[in-house]
Design a protein around this ligand. Sequence first.
Ligand code: TYM
Length: 338
Amino acid sequence: MEQQIQQPKKRIFSGIQPTGNLTLGNYIGALRNFSLLQDEYDCLYSIVDMHAITVRQNPAELRKACLRTMSIFIASGLDPKKNIIYFQSQVPQHAELAWILNCFTYMGELQRMTQFKDKSAKHADNINAGLFTYPVLMAADILLYQTDLVPIGSDQKQHLELSRDIAERFNGVYGDVFTVPDGYFPKVGARVMSLQEPTRKMSKSDPEETYIAILDKPEVIRRKMRRAVTDCDNTVVFDPENKPGVSNLMSILSALSGMSMEAISAEYDGKGYGKFKDAVADSVIAALEPIQKRYDEISADKAYLQEVLSDGAERASALAHRTMLKVRKKIGYAPFKL
Ligand code: TYM
């Protein structure tokens, strides 16, 4: 009888920064895909607290935000038994590999990163070296686990491409050390825009009324949606260039309901923006309410969170250790045992 050889599952890595409130953009662009992919892949999902400190943080707040983010991961449907869910800072190999990869990354490459330019403008009083080398730490996160696929929103695409370049450069010198990762982007909603300035990305570091937080209550979601900036055409047509506000709301509705842009136009065009905005709010509430219910239970259960975090750090460390043994040997560090 022919024996079926089971292929090992492909590996996924992704991370979210535990800063501020996670937004609808984080949900549609990344988090929602995490749970959709968890059965087919071998996944690590990290709360990337090391990235968070590139911007000044209040320590007590950061600790709370880390646990809040972990609770949201689980509440969104990620099963900690199937996936490795962990805090980045609890696996020091991220920092170790980042240092090594820094020596394989050019200043010019980092200077071209648009997020560095944006963040330097936003935090002009604290343009630290960490902010500059942030994409190298991100490459280390991904390459440390021999990742095949990285589910992210489109704002992280440039960073992912740099990770690929660094992996290929390193492999070019030392042989096949790292898996070269691919990105995984949602078909609709890879870039959810601000509700108040729809030509800018929805961001958790912007003022409250510009984004919907995953934990926003239904009445808050309805209010923010009603106030979302649109235009005076009164047409529900997908045209991101000329109608960025309406197109953004259509993307949100399409991503959450599965309706095509044509179906949305057919249903809501000519009926006034009020009705359309209410429909978008309904779809957001329907997606977020069950997460919020589970969040309340999970975040109150400290013993459970403790178990998840210890288990996650241990399993992630074991995988990280394997890659680092190989990397250390390749670059010529002395072994622990001669
Ligand atoms: P972060 O924390 O800014 O965002 C987390 C994830 O959410 C996506 N995202 C969005 N998607 C669509 N529309 C939006 N408005 C929107 N805002 C955010 C992001 O693309 C991201 O997927 N550098 C990363 C974190 C990170 C990481 C990694 C990701 C560190 N190491 C390794 C993947 C792999 C960041 O700051 O994401």
